[in-house]
Ligand binder design. Structure first.
Ligand code: MGD
Ligand code: MGD
Ligand code: SF4
Ligand code: MO
Length: 766
């Protein structure tokens, strides 16, 4: 494709000067407090930094803009309830640096694209609506009303509503997300891809099929009551740091922890709670009791082996599975038993790469336990067989009868702070009949029933000319999606790309013919209307809904709230006479919540239930072991195939993970302190035996290639780091490595890109 603008698609490949330390033996501790304050002071000044931290996660304060981990019910410690990464997320949003018209006059998008993602993010908050006109390479200021008119005109000009894509990232409030989904449907399309498609979609598919709800079943309290918590494919020390306080409580109540991961992450070893003085004296709490260093994407083999051995030992007369639960509450058990008989447990354990003594130690904990929680994240969800990964975990919980009881259940640990809420209020490309009916009843228009495109298919739609306008409610689509060059071509083919954003990122540079940036308020900022500071609401990873109210002065006086931006786009597109009074509704958050209450089950009396800082849980059938919605009215056992990668001798499976200094595509800094890497992101973690075989040393520079089809995809310039990782497995950071994932390599049924098991080779750079 001939590109009009000479824009670099991926972060620049220059090295920044690597330094090494030993990987950490524990997470958090006082250093975490210091790092938090350093980040905040650097971006906001020390006093402002401390002041705003004291508002985060407090009643009547704002919800942390970081991850979706729930606040404990007894929140309000002196320092406020936050972690190092919450403080970093806040520092990013509260920064005093600004990106306004003069910045864009100075820097063309061609020049900006040469900057690293780290440099782009550090340039500051967007302050004015901006437009990039056809053939231009500099953004220039545009008024809000002109911007809305342009967007409205472009949408109205399309031949069919399905030519528009409405992307959502997971930071938007319930109110914004509800309006966004409603607008897309009023316009006539279900093209509502979201970051979930790249994240926990596999969990949603597997859990809905087996347990009748696509969300986890446990509450925070359950973690304190569990006998065994299994943490699979998740790095909480970095990505959900306050989960470690919950795990600490679990351990102190006598619970045991089994960690399953190709890497022994520091946060899973030991935790020194920075908010407990005792911990700095005693050295903290050891977390993991049994570490199973599974090979990448061999979790099915491992869990199958566990299930098989538990069944066999039960048959020998031990009460190791829950027969009553199985007969009353499940179907498909006989098929599961028959399938397990076809497998050899020693061979499964070997395939998973687990030492037999470690396996036996895990069985010793699991066999007598009745209250088991399985927590997981991207290590399970981003593989070709991701849905099966999760179904196999459900099999284990069903065998043990450990669903719908206190201290037992499923715990998919969500990413973005409101990604779960966005789904609850209608961000999905395949709406249910019930939702459509309810929208028609409550709003007086008929929503489309044809399923829309998810992330991967939206990219293909744009690439193949079926979609022409792309509008994103947050996120950094170009950097987060797979096959970076293909995705860039897709966006650049659009007639219009629009980003509703807080911060500058690469997607603003990978522009359609015309591109518009609409700057919006962040979670931490005051949202003043008619003299009062409006509150919004969100849902955490465990299904609890609560309010959030910003406390900081906005980064600019010309920012608009997300709901109002959506209302204005909708009015410009559908007209002021549309059955939905878009503009008026979008300013009145209480009315939006009343509409949500009327449209979506579980939100009844929404306003009352979040008044005066109250919170409420959404209904959850798995939490009460009610499977009446499913076939036979019971939960479903499933048969899942073990992986079969058959790597060539010179091939590896690469997992693309987060460093300790990033939030997805936002790069906070260049350190990965817990893994002992500093001042560099172009790193590839490799087993020492593989290094020898491949004739590379620590510090050698390699290019990484993947060949799935006729295209050779490459990511250049990575420094080898010797690491304790299984042989023929590699790890490197995302999004630098997204270029390696072909657009067509995604999980069966959930369509999530295979970000954790990419077949690659390495080539030494002389
Ligand atoms: N600070 C910070 N917090 C975040 C984020 C962030 O970027 N920064 N991102 C947010 C988002 S959107 C999300 S989705 C979550 C992500 O949270 P995580 O899922 O914890 O994030 P990843 O870094 O992708 O880590 C995946 C973990 O899975 C392991 N793993 C990889 N492949 C396999 C496998 O095949 N089997 C097993 N058993 N393990 C495997 C890796 O070694 C790693 O420890 O975090 C959220 N919170
Ligand atoms: N290779 C590989 N790729 C992956 C993953 C992986 O593990 N490996 N993980 C995947 C996962 S789990 C996810 S969730 C996706 C993430 O995909 P996205 O959600 O698209 O990406 P983010 O980096 O979270 O988006 C950051 C941008 O969001 C904007 N933003 C921040 N806060 C707000 C706000 O309050 N409102 C608005 N409107 N905008 C805001 C800022 O402009 C910022 O630059 O990436 C996926 N991609
Ligand atoms: S654990 Fe997540 S939600 Fe809690 S303070 Fe840390 S980043 Fe924020
Ligand atoms: Mo995510």
């Amino acid at each position: 494709m001939r590109r009009k603008r000479n824009v670099q698609v991926v972060s620049n490949e220059k090295f920044t000067g690597i330094k090494y330390t030993e990987p950490a033996s524990y997470a958090a501790g006082f250093s975490a407090v210091k790092v938090s304050l350093d980040h905040l002071s650097k971006e906001t000044g020390t006093l402002r930094g401390i002041k705003i931290l004291s508002k985060m996660n407090q009643k009547d304060g704002f919800d942390c803009p970081g991850c979706a981990w729930p606040d404990p019910d007894d929140k309000r410690s002196v320092l406020g309830e936050y972690c190092e990464n919450g403080a970093k997320a806040l520092a990013e949003e509260a920064t005093l640096k600004k990106v306004g018209p003069s910045f864009f006059k100075l820097h063309s998008i061609e020049e900006l694209s040469q900057w690293s993602d780290f440099q782009l993010g550090k340039s500051g908050r967007l302050t004015e609506p901006m437009i990039l006109k056809p053939d231009a390479v500099h953004y220039e200021a545009i008024s809000w009303s002109e911007a809305f008119d342009k967007i409205g005109e472009s949408l109205k000009k399309l031949d069919h509503p399905d030519e528009a894509i409405f992307y959502t990232s997971g930071r938007s409030s319930n109110e914004a997300a509800f309006l966004w989904g409603l607008f897309a449907r009023a316009f006539g399309t279900n093209n509502l891809p979201d970051c979930s498609n790249m994240c926990h979609e596999s969990s949603g598919v597997a859990l809905a099929e087996t347990l009748g709800i696509g969300k986890g079943s446990v509450k925070l309290d359950d973690l304190y009551k569990a006998e065994v918590v299994m943490i699979i494919g998740q790095n909480p020390g970095t990505n959900h740091p306050r989960m470690l306080s919950a795990l600490q409580k679990c351990k102190e109540a006598g619970g045991k922890i089994i960690s399953i991961n190709p890497l022994e992450e520091a946060g899973l070893k030991k935790f020194k709670n920075p908010q407990r003085i005792k911990d700095s004296l005693t050295g903290g709490t050891a977390l993991t009791d049994v570490f199973l260093q599974v090979k990448i994407n061999e979790d099915i083999a491992l869990i199958k082996a566990i299930n098989k051995v538990l069944l066999e030992k039960h048959a020998e007369g031990n009460a190791f599975i829950n027969e009553t639960f199985i007969s009353d509450k499940t179907h498909g058990f006989e098929q599961l038993k028959a399938d397990l008989q076809n497998h050899n447990s020693l061979r499964l354990i070997e395939q998973a790469g687990i030492r037999i003594e470690d396996f036996n130690a895990a069985i010793a904990l699991l066999a007598p336990a009745k209250k088991i929680i399985i927590c997981w994240a991207m290590g399970l969800t981003q593989h070709k067989n991701a849905v099966e990964n999760i179904r196999e975990c459900v099999n284990l919980l069903l065998l043990k009868g450990s669903i719908g009881i206190p201290g037992g259940g499923t715990c998919p640990v969500r990413g973005h702070s409101n990604v779960q809420g966005d789904r609850s209020v209608g961000i999905m490309h395949h709406p249910s009949e019930a939702l459509n009916k309810s929208i028609a009843q409550n709003f007086g228009f008929t929503p489309p029933t044809k399923h829309g495109s998810d992330t991967v298919h939206a990219i293909k739609d744009m690439h193949e000319g079926r979609a022409k306008v792309f509008i994103a409610l947050g996120g950094n689509f170009a950097a987060a999606a797979s096959d970076s060059y293909y995705t860039a071509e897709a966006l650049e083919k659009c007639s219009l790309t629009v980003n509703i954003s807080t911060k500058l990122n690469r997607t603003h540079l990978i522009a359609g013919e015309t591109s518009i940036i609409l700057p919006t308020l962040g979670r931490s900022e005051k949202d003043i209307h008619n003299g009062s500071n409006r509150k919004l609401s969100v849902e955490n990873s465990m299904g609890k809904v609560h309010s959030t109210r910003g406390a900081l002065e906005p980064a600019s006086s010309n920012l608009m709230s997300e709901p109002e931006i959506i209302g204005r786009i909708a009015e410009a597109t559908l007209g002021a006479a549309h059955v939905v009074p878009w503009k008026a509704l979008s300013c009145d958050y209480e009315s939006i919540r009343n509409k949500i209450a009327a449209t979506i089950k579980g939100f009844e009396n929404y306003n009352d239930r979040i008044a005066d800082n109250k919170e409420f849980y959404l209904p959850n059938n798995a939490r009460i072991a009610d499977f009446s919605k499913l076939e036979n009215g019971t939960a479903k056992f499933t048969i899942n195939q073990v992986s079969n990668h058959q790597l060539e001798a010179d091939e590896f499976l690469l997992m693309t993970v987060r460093s300790h200094d990033q939030f997805n595509t936002t790069i906070y800094g260049l350190d990965d302190r817990y893994r002992g890497v500093h001042n560099e992101r172009r790193v590839i973690f490799m087993n020492a035996v593989d290094m020898k075989k491949n004739d590379v040393e620590e510090g050698s520079v390699v290019n990484i290639t993947s060949t799935y089809d006729s295209v050779v995809r490459r990511a250049n310039n990575f420094i080898i780091k010797s690491y304790d990782i299984p042989q023929q497995n590699l790890a490197a950071y995302f999004p630098e490595t997204n270029v390696l994932i072909p657009i067509d390599q995604y999980a069966d049924r959930s369509n999530t890109p295979i970000s954790k098991s990419i077949r690659v080779r390495i080539e030494k750079v002389q």
